[in-house]
Design a protein around this ligand. Structure first.
Ligand SMILES: Nc1ncnc2c1ncn2[C@@H]1O[C@H](COP(=O)(O)OP(=O)(O)OP(=O)(O)O)[C@@H](O)[C@H]1O
Ligand SMILES: [Mg+2]
Ligand SMILES: [Zn+2]
Length: 512
């Protein structure tokens, strides 16, 4: 007897249907064909144990499992349940009338419990697109799959429930989620608020500009000055996610198996802060079975690289292309997958090895050569992609204990949103550009014009501060954003003067 069940495989952040054919014949062997990896082979042992330990009959016959299409790599243990259901149906222990109307996935433990899988959301999306009636999956993944409507999401915890469900001995209510209501009620929720940061008004201003224009930024300051605290609050002032962005972000975290089991849609922009010992693959994605890296997990949100000079140079190099293209391509001998990589970079660093260069109270013991050397550890091309440099001076301890009223993040966010709307209008004929940070030199000439006084001011500043050539375009872009926050059509001198401020690391005398 031949039975078909259906599972799904992930490529990139999308899923495609996998057909599992089970046939029983004469003999007592077990064969699996269609390029399953070693994990799928191991699943035979788990399936055997799960079936027999629950008093089902494991057919003492020649069992052939064919997984198609053959050219797609099927990794992992998530097909345990797909195959087990097929075997039980082929052996007439499950009524096979309905099984081809469902996608069935889950990892089995030896006693028949069903364990969670990765990618339940994109699988549910593809199941609906392919006209399946429902998706039988681990209970723990039910909420993320239920983001998709018009498909029955059947959450199960044990193989017995699957058997009883198809045999109509058990009714399992589909998991339902009101995704839109959830989305709109959680839109303005965030974990950390800028109001919790005392003082530091100039830094908050710089970060508001960064958020408004989509500019990458670096915070330079001594230990304990609040760099990490400030960076963590960036998602709270960026515009709220659109429903499309929320879905995309959730899909990525679903594929990486990093979703909170109890929630459906991700409604807050992600904040990722990988440690500086991270590998190339960890940062940009990769591995034998490609997995998204931190830059993809930060999609639509913030990637925070703390202690930037401590990252290996090669690791930062691999980020360059994705930062340019906003997409990362992982090539393997058999496959090549693409992940989105559209994030805002916030970096942080100490100003020198000891941390106290330029500190108001403590003395730096490093000496100019060491300070410069420390800075040189960051590659020029990466620095080229960071528009805003901010020096963070610690708030004195006596000030920290005072009660002061600071502006709440949602107030800052309102101004950011206004500035973003102006930019969207301005760039409406350039589909790939939606904020000032993304404009190329041609558009800079078009949209960042200075009057004569402004040109003079910029020229003088560049000479006086010894700014390197790369500073020029950055200053223009950032001053455009400052003008937008000011709802000013033209870039005025005070906008320009403020933008010139944000180029600390371009000063050729840094460290002298
Ligand atoms: N302006 C501030 N308002 C309130 N708390 C602050 C402020 N600055 C620092 N702190 C407190 O000091 C702690 C240390 O700050 P944080 O870890 O952000 O510093 P850092 O600059 O990232 O230091 P490091 O270089 O060690 O990583 C914070 O958790 C917070 O409790
Ligand atoms: Mg820190
Ligand atoms: Zn020092």
């Amino acid at each position: 007897m031949l039975v078909r069940t259906f599972g799904s495989a992930i490529t990139g952040i999308d899923a495609i249907t996998i057909t599992v054919e089970v046939s029983l014949g004469k003999g007592v062997n077990f064969f699996m064909v269609g390029l399953p990896d070693s994990a799928v082979k191991e699943s035979h042992h788990r399936i055997h144990a799960a079936i027999t330990s629950n008093d089902y009959h494991y057919p003492g016959k020649r069992i052939v499992i064919n997984m198609a299409p053959a050219d797609i790599r099927k990794e992992g243990s998530a097909y345990d349940l797909t195959i087990a259901t097929g075997i039980l149906a082929a052996a007439d222990q499950i009524n096979s009338d309905q099984i081809d109307k469902y996608l069935i996935m889950g990892e089995l433990s030896l006693d028949g419990n069903v364990n969670p899988i990765k990618g339940a959301l994109p699988i549910a999306i593809s199941a609906r697109e392919n006209g399946f009636k429902g998706f039988v999956l681990p209970q723990e993944n039910a909420k993320e799959a239920a983001i998709v409507d018009n498909i029955d999401v059947i959450g199960v915890t044990h193989i017995k429930e699957v058997v009883d469900f198809f045999n109509e001995d058990l009714i399992i209510e589909p998991t339902k989620l009101d995704t839109r209501a959830d989305f709109f009620s959680n839109l303005n929720e965030y974990e950390f608020d800028f109001a919790e940061v005392k003082g530091q008004e100039n830094i908050k201003r710089a970060l508001e500009i960064a958020a408004a224009g989509g500019h990458n930024a670096i915070l330079i300051g001594p230990p304990g000055s609040g760099k990490t605290m400030l960076a963590k609050r960036m998602p709270s002032i960026l515009p709220p996610l659109s429903l499309h962005e929320a879905l995309e972000t959730t899909k990525i975290h679903s594929v990486a198996g990093k979703l909170d089991r109890n929630s459906g849609l991700v409604t807050v922009r992600p904040f990722r802060s990988p440690h500086h010992t991270i590998s190339d693959a960890g940062l940009v994605g990769g591995g034998t079975f490609p997995q998204p890296g931190e830059i993809t997990l930060a999609q639509n949100g913030v990637l925070f690289l703390d202690e930037l000079p401590e990252f290996k140079r090669t690791v930062l190099e691999v980020m360059r292309q994705p930062m340019e293209d906003r997409i990362v391509t992982i090539s393997r001998a058999r496959v090549s997958v693409e992940y989105p990589a559209n994030f805002m970079l916030i970096a942080a660093m100490n100003p020198c090895p000891c941390g106290y260069y330029n500190h108001p109270e403590q003395e730096c013991v490093c000496g100019p050569v060491h300070v410069q050397k420390y800075l040189n550890k960051i590659s020029g091309p990466l620095l080229d992609r960071i528009d805003i440099h901010v020096e963070v001076v610690p708030v004195p301890i006596r000030e920290l204990s005072k009660r002061t009223d600071s502006e709440k993040s949602n107030k800052i966010r309102e101004r950011v949103i206004k500035a973003r709307i102006i930019q969207e209008q301005r760039f409406k004929e350039h589909p790939k550009v939606h904020c000032n940070a993304l404009i190329n030199s041609k558009l800079i000439h078009q949209y960042c014009n200075l009057d004569e006084a402004g040109q003079e001011l910029l020229k003088n500043a560049i000479e006086k501060l010894n700014l390197s050539a790369r500073a020029y375009d950055r200053i223009l872009k950032v001053s455009r954003t400052i003008a937008d926050l000011d709802e000013s059509e033209n870039i005025q001198n005070d906008h320009l003067a403020e933008a010139i401020h944000y180029r600390s690391l371009d000063r050729e005398n840094w460290g002298n």
